[in-house]
Every structure is written in structure tokens, then in C-alpha cells.
Design a protein around this ligand. Sequence first.
Ligand SMILES: Nc1nc2c(c(=O)[nH]1)N[C@H]1C(S)=C(S)[C@@H](COP(=O)(O)OP(=O)(O)OC[C@H]3O[C@@H](n4cnc5c(=O)[nH]c(N)nc54)[C@H](O)[C@@H]3O)O[C@H]1N2
Ligand SMILES: Nc1nc2c(c(=O)[nH]1)N[C@H]1C(S)=C(S)[C@@H](COP(=O)(O)OP(=O)(O)OC[C@H]3O[C@@H](n4cnc5c(=O)[nH]c(N)nc54)[C@H](O)[C@@H]3O)O[C@H]1N2
Ligand code: SF4
Ligand SMILES: [Mo]
Length: 596
Amino acid sequence: MKHHTPGEGQTVQYRTCPLCEAMCGLELTIADGQVTRIRPDDDDVWSKGYICPKGATVAQLHTDPDRLRVPMIREGDAWREATWDEAFRRCEELLHGVIERHGKAAVSAYIGNPTAHNFSLARYVGLFMGLSQLPIIYSAGTVDQWPKNVSCMMMYGHMWWIPTPDIQRTQYWMILGGNPQASQGSLLACPDILGEIDEIRARGGKVVVVDPRRTGTADRADEWVPIVPGTDAALLLAICHVLFEGGLVRLGDLTELVNGVDDVRALVADFTPERVAATCRVPAETIRRLAHEIASAESAAVYGRIGLCNQEFGTLASWLIDVVNILTGNFDRPGGLMFGNPVAWSVNSLPNPEFAGGVEFGRWKTRVRGAAEVLGQAPLSCMAEEIATPGEGQIKALVTIAGNPAISSPDAGLLDAALPHLECMISVDNYLNETTRHAHVILPGLSAFEQPHFDDLITMWAVRSAGNYSPPIFPPADGRPAEWEILLRLGALIAGMTHDGTDVAAIDDGYFMALAMAQGIDASAIMDRYDHRGPERLLDLQIRSGPFGDRYGEQPGGLSLQSFVDQPHGIDLGPLVPRVREILGTASGKIELAPP
Ligand SMILES: Nc1nc2c(c(=O)[nH]1)N[C@H]1C(S)=C(S)[C@@H](COP(=O)(O)OP(=O)(O)OC[C@H]3O[C@@H](n4cnc5c(=O)[nH]c(N)nc54)[C@H](O)[C@@H]3O)O[C@H]1N2
Ligand SMILES: Nc1nc2c(c(=O)[nH]1)N[C@H]1C(S)=C(S)[C@@H](COP(=O)(O)OP(=O)(O)OC[C@H]3O[C@@H](n4cnc5c(=O)[nH]c(N)nc54)[C@H](O)[C@@H]3O)O[C@H]1N2
Ligand code: SF4
Ligand SMILES: [Mo]
């Protein structure tokens, strides 16, 4: 292995790039308190030397002079730096003022995408929500994967267990509405996906890309199938039609576990390839051939991503992806769609008590447009009008967490124009940008190099069970709270506590104990093992009570955080394993193939 030998005064550290789902291992050379060189970590058990150009330049985020390092308070048009106490007191004044004048319903939050990739935020956004009990929140999720969350909730009883294509073992991969050549994969964590496409082809398999555009991914595949945007559901219905018509349906081991096969048969009866061909502009013979190829492949994985979510029939298309896999026996088995098996469970993987009695949509409607809530959220496209339209329930205070909705939300100009109406806007963000320029207070997090890293949420759809712990490289400046503490404090302020009266330690202990309990671990017996709080303590719990963990001694030889500290290139625990019976949370205990 071609490691860089550190020179005089240099040290080498390894860490995971936090920027995307590929989770690449980096080798960093450090000299004079600076990261002077970044190369791929060839020994990383997961990424094995793969990185992209962003990974090699991630140090520039740490040194960027524009990155905020102290809280900022805005008065009129003028920004000034503030101490942390001052900033939190200002947040208290603003939040409590809004709640006094307009009630809690006037407070909302927007949760952005980097939350999922950040060591503190990913683990503590749940505590923020639990403490604040905000009636309505918004997130990047509703302009990303929400339709998939819906279909998984209805089929498997859990919105975050999203099955992933087992591309390292499949013989046939069909990609609809995803472009890993640009994105590096999404709801599919795997390093070097284009390399995997080459591997599938090299072992005699086939890769097909269904996309209106001829993408870089399509160029790397065997076949590109152009399609009219928004018509994938029709294509997939026709593929199902052919499966039934040709006697190609094979449920295999899942036969007893699947409800609704006859309902699907009836639903697809009219969707012949000939009937949908003009709509999709995919020839009927191509549709028939694709259905036969999927059914006859030794293993096949049909995968849909954002192009299938953000379209008129996004929920139908997201559901049908899984239906095709299940009908062809390509579900919960190697080479098909499989559920991940994370080394460290994510807070998102816990059952949501809100849906214990089954899922219901439209439990409330947005005030202005009357849009139905879905899985507890209103569409992001409603946020601007909820801020701008006067009346009972108007949003007067907004907390943004690692998001830039002034450019990422639909019709973003409307939101940009609405944000100045807020009486209170607080941004947990590392930059002064299009969104945060409207805030009254900006609370910056630490740089990636000043905090540990260990992915959890993303590994729910990773192609292998692997984990890699990255220690911080540089200590944060004295007295700087990490983002977990910022979220905890903001949640407490919204809950009515004062800044001075917030007992961070007690709240964090309570959170830890509740999460331990959810794993069947008696927290009182383990609390005194820890001399620190926050996400690192939680990570140890996540690993120890996870599938490979030592359960605090009950499972000798099992893993703990220390096991990963000792292995700077990570620990690989193997490929995906069948897990559907463990994961199913539907009332029937079965896969609902044809939910209402
Ligand atoms: N036109 C168009 N719109 C889109 C999309 C599209 O393809 N086209 N994609 C949609 C999708 S899939 C998504 S996920 C959303 C993303 O939308 P958002 O999540 O709203 O936007 P991002 O640009 O990911 O937000 C990055 C913000 O987080 C801050 N940030 C980065 N790292 C950290 C950190 O470690 N801590 C903190 N506190 N802040 C941090 C940055 O400064 C920035 O303000 O956009 C959606 N909108
Ligand atoms: N460099 C970089 N990488 C990123 C991000 C980033 O901002 N920059 N963002 C990350 C995030 S938050 C996400 S969610 C992922 C998204 O990752 P992907 O889901 O891979 O997203 P895209 O690369 O936008 O590819 C979507 C594809 O869908 C196609 N498409 C559009 N409409 C339709 C349709 O109706 N039917 C079909 N079949 N196809 C359609 C588009 O032409 C496009 O090729 O990327 C992640 N990776
Ligand atoms: S592919 Fe993603 S994780 Fe890998 S180096 Fe690039 S940005 Fe980082
Ligand atoms: Mo996204």
C-alpha cells in the first residue's frame, strides 16, 4: 500500500469525508497545525482508495476565511460578532417574544441536507424536535426523497428503512432517475459507483439507465432508455403487467410474507406496454424486453432516485420500484434490493411512536394552501406563503439548521422575499449566505476537522456493513459549543426554558437514557462509564447496542467505539444480509405490496 511517509514535523491522520454518501476514506498529512495534503486512504476498508475532487480539497472548508467561527448578531443591516452567551440570550429574547405574542404555532424550523452528514446534527436534531415540540416543520426531505419515505412507510411500516440495490453482487442493475456519475449515489451508499457499473459488466451482467437525459452514468452503462419525464410509473406498471402476463412472477422465500399480489395483478391489468408506449415514448417491445431481462437475470436490482421522487407520479413510481423487485424474487436477497445493516444504528431507524397505530396522511392541512401533511411535514413549497400571509398561525419565528432554502426551495425567490417578514430568524450555519443573511442570529458549528465523524443514517442504505471513526484533528477554540449543544439549547429555549436555566448535562443525560432504553439497555448501569457527554457517548451506545456490538459486556468480542478508535482504516463487517423479517413494522407483519 502506497502510504505517504510523514516527513519531519509531519503527522498522518485518517478520516472519512463528510460531504456525501460515498463516505470516502482520506489520508491527511498535518504539519504546523495545518492539513497540508489530502490523498485517498488506500487502506480504508470501505472506499479502498476511491475519492472525488471534493474530498481532496475538503481542508479548504476548514481554512476558509469566510467560514464563521463566532456567532453573528444582526441589527438592521449591520452584522456584529458576539459571544456565545450574548447570542443565546438574543435567541431567548427573540423566541420567547414571538411565543408570548403569537404562541408556539408561530415557530417553525427548516432542516437542511447537511444535517444528515454532520456528526452532531444527525444525532441531535431529534432532541431539538423532541424538546421544541414544534407543530409544523419543513425540511429538504420534501424536495428530495419524501415519496420514497411514504412508499416504505406503507409497504414495510418504516419510513427510513429504504432498501438499497446490492450493486456489488447484482447481475442486472436498472437505474431510473439517478445520476451517480454526478451525485456519487443517493439512498445508495457505495464508493465508486461508476467502478461498480464496470464490475457488473465485467462479470457478464448488464446495466440499464432510464433517464430523459443521456447522462454520464448512461454513457457508462450498457443501455440508455430515454423516457418522457414523469412517466416512469406508467413504464413500471407495464413492466409489472408483462411479469404477470408472462408468468414471470416469482416471490420465492417471500411468498408467505407478501400481502396484495392479486391486487397488484388487478391494478396492472390494463397497463399493457402498447398502452403506455406513447406516454413514456418507450417502445412496447423495449418494455417487454426489459421486463423479461429483469425476470430472467440471475439477480437484478431496480433502483429509482430523485428523478422518480420529484415528479408528478413520484409516490407511485417509488412504490413500483420495490414492487418490481419483489415480484421478480429480487428482494431481501443478495444482488437484489436489501435493507442495510448499520454498525451504529441511527436515531432515524427507531420506530416512530407517532405511527404506532398505523399511518394516516393529511392529519392537518397547511393554513394558506390547505396542503395535506405527509409523515409529519408540510411541503417545503408552502413555507414562503406561511411566512408571508398574515393571520392566525402565521410563521413569525424560523430556525434554519444547515440549510439554504433561499436557493434550494421550490420557487426560492418567494421565500427569499418572505424571510424578511420574520420577527425572529435563527440559523445554525457555518456561513453567511443567501438564507442566513436574513437571520437575526447565526450560530456556527465547528468545522469538520474540529469534531469527530462516524456516519449512521447514511449506512441504513450502505452496500456493506462497515464503520469508520474519525477523531477530531484540531481542538475547537475554548468555550465553543458543538452543534449538539446549540440544538439542545435552541430546543430548550423554544420549550420555554431560559438560557441560564438550561441544564445541558441533565437534558443530554435524559436523551441518552431514553435512547439506551429503546435498545433494551438499562442506562443507569452504564452512565458512570462515561466521563463525557454528547454525540461521542451516544455513538458508543449506537455501536455497542448495534448488531455487532458488545452490549456492554453481554456479547464478548463485540464492538464498541474503542474498537474503531483502534482501527483508523475502519472495520468491515461484510456484505448485506437478509433482514426483512427483522425490519417489518406493518400492522399485518407482512410486506404490503398494494397499500391503499
Ligand atoms: N433547483 C434545485 N433545487 C433543489 C435540488 C436540485 O437538484 N435543484 N435538490 C434538492 C435536494 S435533493 C436537497 S437535499 C436540497 C438541499 O437543500 P438545503 O439543505 O437547503 O441546501 P444545501 O445547499 O445542502 O445547504 C447547505 C447549508 O448548510 C450549511 N452547512 C454546510 N455544512 C454545515 C455544517 O456542518 N453545519 C452547519 N450548521 N451548517 C452547514 C451551508 O453553509 C449551507 O447554508 O435542495 C433541493 N433543492
Ligand atoms: N456533487 C454533488 N453531489 C451531490 C449533491 C450535490 O449538491 N453536489 N447533492 C446530494 C443530494 S442532497 C442528493 S439528493 C443526491 C441526488 O442524487 P441523484 O438522485 O443521483 O440525482 P441527480 O444527479 O440529480 O440525478 C437525477 C437524474 O434524474 C433524471 N430525471 C429527472 N426527471 C426524471 C424523470 O421523470 N424520470 C426519470 N427516469 N429520470 C428523471 C435527471 O435527468 C437526472 O439525470 O445527490 C447528492 N450528491
Ligand atoms: S465522493 Fe463524496 S465522500 Fe467521496 S471524496 Fe467525494 S465528496 Fe467526499
Ligand atoms: Mo438531497
